[in-house]
Design a protein around this ligand. Sequence first.
Ligand code: MG
Length: 378
Amino acid sequence: MDKTLTVLGSTGSIGTQTLEAAEKLGLQITALTANRNVSLLEAQARKFAPKAVALADERAAGELRVKLADTPVRVLAGTEGVCECAAMDADIVESSLVGIAGLLPTLAAVRAGRRRIALANKETLVCAGHIVTREIQEHGCELIPVDSEHSAIFQCLAGGRRPEVKRILLTASGGPFRALSREELYAVTPQRALKHPNWDMGAKVTIDSASMMNKGLEVIEAMHLFGVPPEQIHVVVHPQSIVHSAVEFTDNAVIAQLGVPDMRLPIQLALTYPERCPSLAGELDLARIGTLTFEEPDLAKFRCLAIALATASRRDAAPAVMNAANELAVRAFLDGRAGFMDIPDIVDRAVSDFGNLPARTVEDILSADALTRASIKV
Ligand code: MG
């Protein structure tokens, strides 16, 4: 493939798998960014010879600048440096940053215009979906989802015309705690929450999967990506993670996308679309899997999902506030400062305190995010 690629968040789980695909496809790398992983970004810079790299953490960037002094790679620092990398001339920019930190760099990539945005950073759409989707259109960009469910929906939508779509069936594994009782959930540890039954992912999204906040964020993500109201998105728990999502059309035909749970498939498709190429993901052996099961989500047990569904259609800062509170609550849980069942409590309180703030501009959203973070003491 004769294309150039920038990866925002290249040292994370999605970022490293993207570079693996890029190498196989022969893509040329324009820029790479990360938060503070000096040694891995140094290794990636030496291997892929990008024009520039950036670390959001200024001190880490200083360290990397010394290490890469013998190369022609420019080393940039801070959010500004990450945004400068995002805006550099590239055919595809993959945004796989985690959390609200992805918002400004993703917008910088969009505003540079006329490119494909391969989006793995769901929080950007959750917090600022109206703004990001409008700017994607204004700047002649193309938005291709990387999230496995949204990649599946994107593929299923090719099976009919847009006015013929009745419902989106968004599947959820249910996470590692699907079968636990509400009482048992109070005692779960970060170690247990980090063991996802099917997917190998970063810590933030793994905890979000365990609390089912991830599915709530994905409902909002789907809303913005595909322009459908939340009432038309139905969450279905499917513990085997083989059906990655489905679309139901007006004639009640349901078209689903199936595959082994392996992010390398949606990552590669976001790079090669509309073409399909042999991928590093394994073959699906349905007979060996044998049984696929489906059930309704338990909203009383997984309150994060209920909170997210309730904020989905709000046009104020509620989704951004929910996201900020969740980012903090997940961090506190991972650090042992909060329990697993404190996560929905922290999120719920923040949404009622700050959810009514306006969200008309990026500045509004970032200020609601900052206010929420400052108010949470865990
Ligand atoms: Mg997903």
